[in-house]
Structures are given as structure tokens and as C-alpha cells.
Write a protein that binds this ligand. Structure first.
Ligand code: AMP
Length: 417
């Protein structure tokens, strides 16, 4: 009886072949764009204290309420697989005293994240994000630069039909006052609201703007808008961000209903969607989170950043896998006794910088030649006891030469191409 086959868990996937190659190309684009703008790579652990997300992302958010993979360690501490990257980066900023460095400190990552969501096309339980966070300055030019870098990344990876929506959530005080106005509006229309929105009128009234429920959507059309209630400083900050995007020739739409699913945002928020994607149209999004570092026990520190989904960028983009690099030398042999000599040639070939392979699967000589052909090998060295036959797979010729001259002959042959 054979053992039952195992599959990757629901909502997860293996990265193989061409996919791995496209991902590598995407990572190279992200690195080039972000490191040119002064972002340094950061990697934080795959799991953190649950409290980091409860405090950072917010107890009332969908992520914390229902989407976290949480477990307990042997000492009874609650740990959670990271559902997002901003809170961990802020934790690291505080933990490593990065506020003492020159500000802003700019950090980028490409990591996997975990959310217990309903798996569907473009929505997974383990997914990857490229993220960029800039901490230590509330300059509106930092918001505009951050947005411009995300737009550039999407252009670079060929995401078409991208739409940038922009809004401002104001300061915590403005949001506090506005929440009361919104709650009053929701209560006055309670009968028309979806169960979910109704149950969160007090906890998270802003999320009502995200509802797909038709009657709720109608109620929200008549709701007061946060953008109309910004204080002078926040309104000025938002005007500056818009003006700078205009300078950089970046098209956007101001969308006063844009609310992001995380509690830490203040002032600027933005989202990029692509027509090339179906229901899950979000490619990337972010915003300012001026209170977050302080909330995590650090000094008052403004910050702004975004995250873009790797799988969504791959679905909406047109990155090509890197060309497969051709094999320059394949080392073949017929007699098992020649394996040692073949292995020696392989080692020598690699020291000489050649892309070399040797027979590792016990094929017949005929099978080896077919395999070398399939690999696109330029030369095949057929090792015999006394000498080696070097075959030029492109030119078709072959010669029998002393085994210790094989590498030299291949290098000479490649150079005269
Ligand atoms: P968020 O942190 O929710 O703002 O997500 C930022 C980006 O990450 C989204 O625009 C998506 O591109 C991507 N993303 C979020 N959740 C998932 C998921 N479950 N599966 C795949 N991509 C996701």
C-alpha cells in the first residue's frame, strides 16, 4: 500500500520554474528602484508577538479580528504569523534605536505574509509583498516620493490600466470628531445597514465605506465626508501632496470614500488598482501612519509607506522570465570507471567560469547525448579511459584530445564564436 499524497495547504502555492524566474525579475526591479531612492533592505521575522498587530494594526480591523494565524509557544506567549509589514518595521525601528539615525530612515522589504482569508484567484493565505516604509519625517514630499516609487514599480513591471486613488484621513483628533458624525449618520439609517456594518458602528464606523452591501452603499452615498472636515494643517498637507504629484506628472483621483483596512493610517492614504485584475483589483496601497511608532512604545515619529502584492503584480503585469542560460559544456561518460575523471573535468570547468553540467542520472551514452542536446549544450566531452572526445554540438565536428586539455579547448572554442 502506498502512502497517501500530501498537498500544499489551501490558499498556498509552490513557486517553481518560470514563476520563480519572473519573481526574481520583479525583485530586481523593486531593488533597483527603491535602493536608488535610498531605501535599505530590511527583513523582519515571519512571526511576532500577537500584541504587535493587536496594538499596531488595531483590534477592530478585519485582519486582527478574523484573519491572523495565531499560536502559543511553550511558555504560553501568543505569537502570530505576520499579516502585514508596517507594524513589524516600526517595531524594528524602535528596537534598533533608528530614531537616532539621520531621518527619514527608508526601509524596503520583500517578504511573505499570512492572512486567513477565503482563498480565490489573487487572494491567498500566504502571499508576498514588496513594501517601502519611510520613517522620521512628515514632509509632504516624502508622501509624494513614496507614491511615485510605487507608480514607477508598477510601470516597470508592466502593470497596465493602473488607477491611483488618493485621500486624506486627517489627524487622530479630526478622525475622532468625524467618527461621531459618521456614527450618528449610521445610527439614523441603522435599518438599512448590513449585519456586519451594524455590528461595528461603534468599533469601526469608517469601514462602512468598504461595504459591498447595496443598501449600505446607498446609506454611505449620503454620509458626511472626512475630507470636508480636515483641520487647516491636514488640509494644507494634503494640498501639498497633490501639488507635488502634479509636479511629477502622476495622475490620481481624489476619492473621499477611500478607507484602508488598517487602523494606523492618518493623513495621506492611497490605493492602486488595475483593470487587468478581476474582483481582487488592488495591486498596492499605503499611507501615512504618524502615530504608529509611538503606539508601539517609541518616540513620536511620523512615517509613510506602502505595500504591493507580488502575485497581483505578476497577474496584472507582463514581466518575462529571465532567459534560460545555456549550458556551455556537458561532461558525458560511458564506463562507470570514468566517473571520477568526468567529475574532475566538471570541477575544473566550474573553476574556469564555464556553465557546466555532467551526467548524474545513469543514462546510456545515447541518452546522455540526447539530454545534452535538450539542455542546449554547446560542447559535449565524452570521457574515455585514455582520452576524451570533444564534440561541438553547434558546428557538428568532433575531435579526440588529451583529457587534460578539454577545458582549454572549450574556452578557445567559445572565444572564437
Ligand atoms: P494591504 O496590506 O491589505 O493594503 O494589501 C496590500 C496589497 O497586498 C494589496 O493591494 C494586494 O496586492 C496584496 N494582498 C493583500 N492581501 C492579499 C492576499 N490575501 N493575497 C494576495 N495578495 C494580497
Amino acid at each position: 500500500m502506498s502512502a497517501p499524497k500530501l498537498k500544499a495547504p489551501r490558499g498556498t502555492f509552490d513557486v517553481l520554474g518560470e514563476q520563480a524566474s519572473v519573481r526574481a525579475a520583479l525583485e530586481a526591479s523593486a531593488r533597483a528602484i527603491l535602493e536608488s531612492a535610498g531605501y535599505e533592505r530590511i527583513e523582519t521575522p515571519a512571526f511576532e508577538a500577537t500584541e504587535l498587530f493587536a496594538r499596531g494594526v488595531g483590534e477592530s480591523t478585519d485582519i486582527v479580528r478574523k484573519e491572523m494565524f495565531t499560536f502559543t509557544d511553550e511558555a504560553g506567549r501568543s505569537l502570530t504569523l505576520r499579516p502585514e509589514g508596517t507594524a513589524p518595521v516600526c517595531r524594528a525601528y524602535v528596537e534598533h534605536g533608528m530614531h537616532k539615525r539621520r531621518q527619514p530612515v527608508k526601509l524596503w522589504y520583500l517578504s511573505s505574509f499570512f492572512r486567513h482569508e477565503r482563498a480565490q484567484a489573487g487572494r491567498y493565505r500566504q502571499f508576498w509583498q514588496v513594501g517601502a516604509e519611510a520613517l522620521g519625517s512628515d514632509d509632504p514630499a516624502l508622501d509624494a516620493e513614496s507614491i511615485a516609487l510605487l507608480v514607477e514599480l508598477l510601470q516597470e513591471v508592466g502593470v497596465t490600466g493602473a488607477r491611483l486613488r488618493l485621500s486624506s484621513l486627517g489627524s487622530a483628533e479630526t478622525r475622532g470628531e468625524y467618527r461621531e458624525l459618521l456614527k450618528a449618520h449610521l445610527r439614523a439609517n441603522e435599518g438599512s445597514l448590513s449585519e456586519d456594518v451594524r455590528s461595528r458602528i461603534d468599533l469601526n464606523p469608517l469601514r462602512a465605506f468598504d461595504s459591498d452591501h447595496e443598501a449600505t452603499k446607498r446609506v454611505m452615498e449620503g454620509a458626511p465626508r472626512l475630507l470636508e472636515h480636515l483641520n487647516d494643517d491636514d488640509a494644507e498637507h494634503f494640498a501639498q501632496v497633490r501639488g507635488l504629484l502634479d509636479v511629477a506628472d502622476i495622475a490620481y483621483e481624489v476619492d473621499p470614500t477611500l478607507v484602508r483596512g488598517l487602523d494606523y493610517y492618518a493623513r495621506t492614504v492611497f490605493e492602486l488598482t488595475s483593470d487587468a485584475l478581476g474582483a481582487q483589483s488592488g495591486v498596492g496601497g499605503g499611507g501615512r501612519y504618524d502615530g504608529l511608532v509611538e503606539q508601539l512604545g517609541g518616540p513620536p515619529t511620523p512615517g509613510v509607506g506602502w505595500a504591493a502584492g507580488v502575485e497581483r503584480m505578476m497577474l496584472a503585469g507582463e514581466l518575462q522570465p529571465a532567459a534560460i542560460t545555456a549550458v556551455e559544456l556537458f561532461v558525458a561518460f560511458e564506463e562507470p570507471g570514468s566517473r571520477r575523471i568526468a567529475f574532475g573535468i566538471l570541477a575544473e570547468a566550474r573553476s574556469a567560469g564555464l556553465r557546466a553540467r555532467m551526467e548524474l542520472g545513469g543514462r546510456s551514452l545515447k541518452g546522455q547525448l540526447g539530454y545534452a542536446n535538450a539542455l542546449g549544450a554547446r560542447y559535449v566531452a565524452i570521457v574515455e579511459a585514455e582520452a576524451t572526445v570533444l564534440r561541438d554540438m553547434e558546428g557538428g565536428g568532433q575531435e579526440r584530445i588529451a583529457t587534460d586539455t578539454v577545458i582549454h579547448a572549450v574556452l578557445r572554442g567559445l572565444r572564437t564564436l
